[in-house]
Design a protein around this ligand. Structure first.
Ligand SMILES: [Zn+2]
Length: 122
């Protein structure tokens, strides 16, 4: 397994709430995603990733009280060697090809999960 779970978990432990984006779209995500997508949260947690601490989310606009995030991205340490699952329920998972600068020196990659649909509660 090329993924460094220990380093990944350490990275997420060190991210504080105040390091996260505090726009309403992101807050809406942090507040609900774990409960709404428990299987995705569990899978990410097994990799060391905290689903409530995304590198980036790409929300669309709220429609009828629902908000869809067309992609949510997470940093993972190590290298991927095809061992990631590709689908959890209705949620697809893949290795990101474009994402914001991470400023991380160690070997890492970014995963995409999509789509995530949540109630718009803000
Ligand atoms: Zn935000």
């Amino acid at each position: 397994m090329g993924i460094n779970i220990e380093q990944t978990r350490q990275y997420y432990t060190e991210i504080k709430t105040e390091d996260l984006c505090d726009c309403d779209y992101c807050k809406n995500f942090y507040l609900q995603v774990k409960e709404a997508y428990p299987l995705v949260a569990d899978y990410l947690n097994a990799l060391g990733v905290d689903i409530e601490k995304p590198l980036e989310t790409s929300p669309l606009e709220p429609v009828n009280g629902m908000l869809e995030y067309c992609v949510c991205q997470y940093v993972v340490f190590g290298k991927t060697s095809g061992e990631l699952v590709k689908k959890i329920g209705n949620v697809e998972l893949g290795v990101a090809t474009s994402y914001p600068r991470t400023n991380i020196q160690r070997e890492h990659f970014v995963i995409d999960i999509y789509p995530i649909k949540l109630n718009w509660i803000m």
